[in-house]
Write a protein that binds this ligand. Sequence first.
Ligand code: MET
Ligand SMILES: [Zn+2]
Length: 785
Amino acid sequence: MSKPTFPAASVLGYPRIGPNRELKKALEAHWARKTDEATLHAAALQLQKANLSKLAALGLKPDDASLPGDFAYYDQVLDATLALSALPTRFADLADANGAIDTAASFILARGDESRAPLEMTKWFDTNYHYLVPEIGETTPIKANATVLVENFKAHAANGTTIRPTLVGPISYLLLAKAEDGAAAGFDPLTRIDEVVAAYAQILAELAAAGAPWVQLDEPGLVTDRGAELAVPGALAETVYTKLAAATERPALLVTFGYGTAGEPTRPGATQGLLARAGVEAVHADLVRGALPTAEFLGELAGSTLVAGIVDSRNIWRNNLSASLDILKSLRTEVEKANGALAVGTATSLQHVPHDVALEANLPAHLPEWLAFANQKVAEVITLAKGLSEGESAIAAELSAAESAIAHRAGFAGTTVAAVRERLANLTTADFSRSDAQTRKEAQEAALALPPLPTTTIGSFPQTTEVRTARAAHKAGTLDDAGYEGFLKAEITRVVELQEKLGLDVLVHGEAERNDMVQYFAENFDGFSETENGWVQSYGSRATRPSILWGDVSRPAAFTVPWISYAASLTNKPLKGMLTGPVTILAWSFIRDDQPLSISANQVALALRDEIADLQAAGIGIIQVDEPALRELLPLRAADQPKYLGWSVDSFRLATAGAVDATQIHTHLCYSEFGEIIEAIDALDADVTSIEAARSRMEVTADLTSYGYSRGIGPGVYDIHSPRVPSTEEVAELIDIALGSLDPKALWINPDCGLKTRGYAETEASLANLVSAAVAARATLGVAV
Ligand code: MET
Ligand SMILES: [Zn+2]
């Protein structure tokens, strides 16, 4: 029997947040108890219908499973947890008599309640999307619950739309899980695979019974090193999909592999061939981040469809259609030799890009035609599929429009700026190094005269409604420059006075002028632009608006100096200037696809180096360069990591190495497990590193010390993610733990991260306790320091 052919054009998924952040608004109104659950469900259904009709209007067929059914209220991994009824023990009481979890209960898993912490949230592969980590132990229930998926399929079918239900695949689900607290040491969630596969088989059967012709299972876990071990012949991927394919009552299966090359990197296409032979009807390959499947493996397609993920879904650039078409045509030749078919798709779900360029009225004139957001990308997929089936002449207009936009972009004045290029070309190794740490330390001690265990904060102070209102009014033009400056100065004065009152040793200006630690820099650098509606879901109801890096970067004028030096003028204590580092600026922006990221990083570094020189000239003796995203961009494969760490560390050093010995350079890291990048943290060569540590109870301090890190370190002594005020005793305890592995002369006392999401009441109380714990610890150390 021949296999059904997958639709010629499709996308792996679509943004869920809504063009006007409808999902955010519906969720937050419901959580604030302003709407009931029926209203929330109705809003979600309406948003899905609007998205699906948009996709159909763009040209995806509504009746052949071309349309992705990937809606999630909060997160696609949470939805898989719900479909498996896989409730960790601490949430067990939320299950109904069948073990199932309803919407209200699912929000408790996502957000916690008075008595329990939510599921942990962590980065989805190397993206800025965060998923809720499944917690699987030996006895966590695993029981199919297809109701939500089936009801959703039926609701759209009743509307004449055949969606393709989409679920995280069984192997990736368990790879993304962590062992539930209380599981035996070393317990591996993957040991539960047989039960998970049985549940998936049942879900597939129920979807088939409801009439779903295709279901999509996402297996991005197989693009990692661990996944590669599972994707060799005879290993888990083959067993699992042989089992799933063997079921008689099931829809046809599309298995996708976004975010890289599935399986062994040197054998691109091998995993797809393996699954096709196991009986899977359609297999996907990411042709943007992943390698092109080779003819050898395409020959093993066994009559399946290869869905070519040729349209980039992680970035916002217009596709080079003629180059893509050439690739697709050669792939098709190989695929057809194996009796397979070729379909066109995206590299991953489009959830990582904003909805529509047409919603941007205020981009600089040159930019819109270079860009493709989700809707433009859908059109590109459809165009490529049409070109493939009907020939180039059928898409002649689209090919020439893409070609002229790409030529315009390449030749545009700001794309390549001679002065920036020249500055980069003339760099020497000396530009990346400061003098030795000991010399710097002596110069800084003389200049700063700090007490032992100096106390400080990470930079931002609470962003109150007044701050946000004033910034918005200034942007809208209803508050003039003078009025805004007066407002900010008053805010800075308040923050400095508060820090004096609390007795902190190194003060900050509070960052009230910054809407966002990256966007503020993008706004002040040439080469970046900002969108108005370019929202991308970060987690749950939260969305960010990444800036677009499109040209060579430079800094026209000093921009942080006026605020920071104003703050410094108000105090006799040292005032620490705050900047965002090159890697973080790039990680949280849409980046250029026409040059290596390392080059952009050095351009941003030079712009920051100019700002640091100006801060220093204005008398600022301590400058912090934040790199919270250093770990985030770490490549998924170990083999690719050293190169990344090399250029990312270099860019930090280039930004900071212009500082004189007496200027103390700090960095700040958060959001991650640092174990894998300790060596890189040391290589940043910052004089002081503040690092998130409270939740792991100072684990990183011991790791850094045993690595040989010997400069200043400020492990966070309290978690700023909740309004809870830590007691002096708690802070003292963490200081004690840190002192257990550290030279007391190296230890700084600070919170885990910035305070901008906190309120003033808890901030004041927490910082007061931080200071008293530090003062007490200092007394205990006595003259020993
Ligand atoms: C996510 S890291 C934040 C660092 C920044 N300086 C702040 O205090 O907000
Ligand atoms: Zn932070």
